[in-house]
Design a protein around this ligand. Structure first.
Ligand code: GLN
Length: 541
């Protein structure tokens, strides 16, 4: 088996500095240099996974192909690396403890007292090594900030691992903030020095410092950081605020980051081919065309919860050389639909949970349907498109989703009585079923109806696999009725409805899956691309 080299990424001073993007950017450069690269995020919080966390707590829950509900950084990793990651690529303190306790219950530790050191730390090390299988490089991002109590076992694990692995097989990158103090007109290095001091106290010396800042760092400042943090001058990398996150790999490359990494890890010939990336980034930053689409959601003050979708739209914009301006519409406050939606080139209703804001979304869908404006409904968006149609075209009284009204007369969207548990087994849903991990999660097959819009979207493919995250399903009982009125089912999985579309409409598509989860800068998801293309072709004059 080949020896994987590890890059450990920690963060200091503040959270939200973009450690995930920095890790993903380095991964992109290494992958495009011909190496096999993977990234792992270790999250020190106690939840077993972020699946049960509110978007207010956590932003988006990203779903991997194999159905793991993970941190949103995994989305960045996939979008930058253009690789499918798995449940091995993200774990939390909760997951680590759960595994250790399960082993303890069945006597695996032969009567020993179970302790943070060595048992918890060993479990963390094992999980890191598992994710490294068959990789040239594994980048390991430790969530949180140095100094957090809950992060200590993770830092201890990477400290010990680096020692075990030996020189040239592991390096530490520490990402910090270099704030600009307006009153003094200066960038300040003290927080970086303190943060590195904190790292050293627990036995970790950084090999490279990435400095997040609003302004470029001059030579003297970089020298000061190098000396005070004990790293080589070539290992002080700045990460200045960028117009697009996709610029970051290129900004790192300009500073010769690969030369520094190559020398620390004894790697040869790191010459990445970034041509395609570079040309796409140019189109993200300064495209030829521009248009607006309405994004009708309920978390519009919380755009992080739609991260994969907003990124997928950027990917489509780059492919089509168009800037897509999002008109954020709070579905809860949507009253004058005509006034809000008359100037957009397309209407997007994303996924969501709970009844808040649902009626506004339904109004927006009706407007898109009746005025022949390109429409894409994703997950809840598709479910609501069916409800809108049932109410306004089929004139079905009390048409609703059982998610919002358990006893509605016409449950257009209903609860199927099975779910797949975390061990991949089919389980019957009961009132007592837990919330976590009981949805339809991960990639499922979607059989495409020939000659449909969906078939055109996927360039004639008859089967595709897309990722899911939902508890409710479209009720097949109404399929015939819908189809008689030209709302046809164009995607199916074993009797489950995966996609619906409206005939005699330029582009009206609802998908039960989340196409945004598999979109990449270099390979846009076909549904998102086709939707944005329809918006480009729409003339709203
Ligand atoms: N709330 C709906 C369900 O659980 C839709 C979920 C979603 O949009 N991700 O089925």
């Amino acid at each position: 088996m080949k020896q994987t080299k590890y890059i450990f990424v920690t963060g200091g001073v503040l959270s939200s500095l973009g450690k995930g993007i920095a890790a993903a950017s380095i991964g992109t450069l290494l992958k495009n240099s011909g190496l096999k690269v993977s990234i792992l995020k270790a999250d020190p919080y106690i939840n077993v996974d972020p699946g049960t966390m509110s978007p207010f707590e956590h932003g988006e829950v990203f779903v991997t192909k194999d159905g793991a509900e993970t941190d949103l950084d995994l989305g960045h990793y996939e979008r930058f690396l253009d690789e499918d990651l798995s449940q091995l690529n993200n774990f939390t303190t909760g997951k680590v403890y759960q595994a250790v306790i399960e082993k303890e219950r069945i006597g695996k530790y032969l009567g020993k007292t179970i302790q943070v050191i060595p048992h918890i730390v060993d479990e963390i090390k094992e999980r890191i090594k598992q994710a490294a299988t068959n990789q040239d490089i594994l980048i390991v991002e430790i969530g949180g900030t140095v100094g957090d109590i809950e992060g200590l076992p993770f830092l201890e694990a990477i400290r010990a691992l680096k020692l075990e692995l030996g020189k040239a097989n592991a390096m530490n990158i520490h990402l910090t903030l270099v704030p600009f103090i307006k009153a003094a007109g200066e960038l300040k290095t003290k927080p970086t020095q303190h943060s590195v001091g904190e790292l050293r106290r627990i036995g970790i010396s950084p090999d490279m410092i990435i400095c997040r800042s609003e302004k470029a760092l001059d030579r003297d400042l970089k020298d000061k950081i190098a000396i005070s943090c004990g790293v080589d001058r070539s290992c002080v990398i700045e990460s200045v605020d960028a117009t697009s996150i996709y610029q970051i790999p290129l900004n790192f490359l300009k500073q010769d980051i690969l030369k520094a990494i190559a020398s620390l890890l004894e790697l040869k010939n790191l010459k990445p081919n970034m041509q395609i990336w570079d040309s796409l980034v140019k189109r993200v930053i300064a495209p030829q065309n521009e248009l607006s689409i309405a994004f009708v959601g309920k978390y519009i003050d919380l755009k992080e919860s739609y991260k994969s979708l907003t990124e997928a739209i950027i990917h489509a914009g780059a492919a089509l050389d168009t800037r897509i301006n999002l008109k954020w519409i709070d579905s809860e406050k949507l009253e004058d639909v005509e006034d809000e939606l008359k100037d957009v080139s397309a209407i997007l209703v994303p996924g969501g949970f709970g009844s808040r804001g649902v009626e506004g979304k339904i109004k927006a869908i009706q407007y898109a349907r009746e005025n022949k404006i390109p429409f894409l409904g994703i997950c809840l968006g598709m479910q609501l498109a069916l409800i809108e149609f049932a109410r306004n075209v089929l004139k079905l009284e009390d048409a609703n989703s059982m998610e919002f009204d358990e006893k509605c007369k016409n449950p257009i969207i209903y609860l199927i009585d099975e779910f797949i548990d975390t061990n991949g087994k089919k389980q019957l849903r009961t009132k007592k079923s837990p919330l976590g991990g009981t949805m339809r999660l991960g990639a499922y097959e979607c059989k495409i109806k020939p000659n449909s819009l969906l078939s055109k979207v996927y360039a004639g493919k008859t089967v595709v696999h897309e990722r899911h995250r939902h508890r409710y399903e479209a009720n097949v009982k109404y399929k015939e009725d819908f189809e008689k009125h030209s709302l046809v089912v164009s995607g199916e999985n074993d009797g489950l409805i995966e996609a619906v579309e409206l005939e005699k409409h330029p582009f009206f598509l609802g998908v039960q899956f989340h196409p945004e989860f598999s979109s990449r800068l270099v390979e846009v998801n076909p549904v998102i691309l086709a939707f944005i293309k329809a918006a480009c072709n729409y003339d709203n004059a």
